[in-house]
Design a protein around this ligand. Structure first.
Ligand code: DQA
Length: 141
C-alpha cells in the first residue's frame, strides 16, 4: 500500500546542511533509504520535499482526499505553521511526525510542535532512522 513521506523546508539541503546536527546523508540518500525500507515492509513509498508552505498544504489535502498515510517532517513549520497543522488535522489515515534531530534538546523555539497534537505519534532524534522507524510503525498498524 502507498505511503507518502513529506519533507519541509531546508531538508533538500541535507548532506551539506549542519552535518553535525543532521548527518551526512543527502536528500537523495534519504529517498533511497525510505524506498528500501518500504520494500522490506511491502509499502510503496513516495518521498517529496518542498520549501513552500502552500505546496506542502496542497500535498496534505491530496493525502487527505485519497486517505493516504503520511510521514511528515515539517522542519521549521513544525514550530509555527497553523496552516500545516490545520491541513494535518484533515488527514484520514495515520500521520507520523518525524524529526532527524531531537528538537527537545535544542533551542527553546524548537520545543513546541503545533503539529504533534494532530499526529498519531512522533519519532524524533534517531537521525535518518527516524524515517525507517516511522515506516515500521505504519507497517505494523
Ligand atoms: C527538524 C527539526 C526542526 O527544528 C528544524 O527546523 C528542521 C529539521 C529535524 O528533522 O530535526 O528543519 O525537523
Amino acid at each position: 500500500s502507498a505511503v507518502w513521506v513529506l519533507n519541509g523546508p531546508n531538508l533538500g539541503r541535507l548532506g551539506s546542511r549542519e552535518p553535525d546536527v543532521y548527518g551526512s546523508m543527502d536528500h537523495a540518500g534519504l529517498v533511497t533509504a525510505c524506498q528500501e525500507t518500504g520494500k522490506e515492509l511491502g509499502l510503496s513509498v513516495e518521498v517529496r520535499q518542498t520549501d513552500d508552505e502552500a505546496e506542502l498544504v496542497r500535498w496534505l489535502h491530496e493525502a487527505a482526499d485519497a486517505a493516504i498515510p503520511v510521514i511528515l517532517n515539517p522542519a521549521a513549520f513544525t514550530h509555527y505553521s497553523y496552516a500545516v497543522r490545520d491541513a494535518c488535522a484533515q488527514l484520514r489515515a495515520p500521520l507520523i511526525e518525524v524529526h532527524i534531530s531531537n528538537p527537545a534538546t535544542r533551542e527553546a523555539f524548537r520545543h513546541t510542535s503545533v503539529v504533534a497534537g494532530v499526529a498519531t505519534g512522533t519519532i524524533a532524534g534517531f537521525g535518518i532512522d527516524s524515517y525507517r522507524l516511522a515506516l515500521r510503525a505504519l507497517a505494523s498498524r
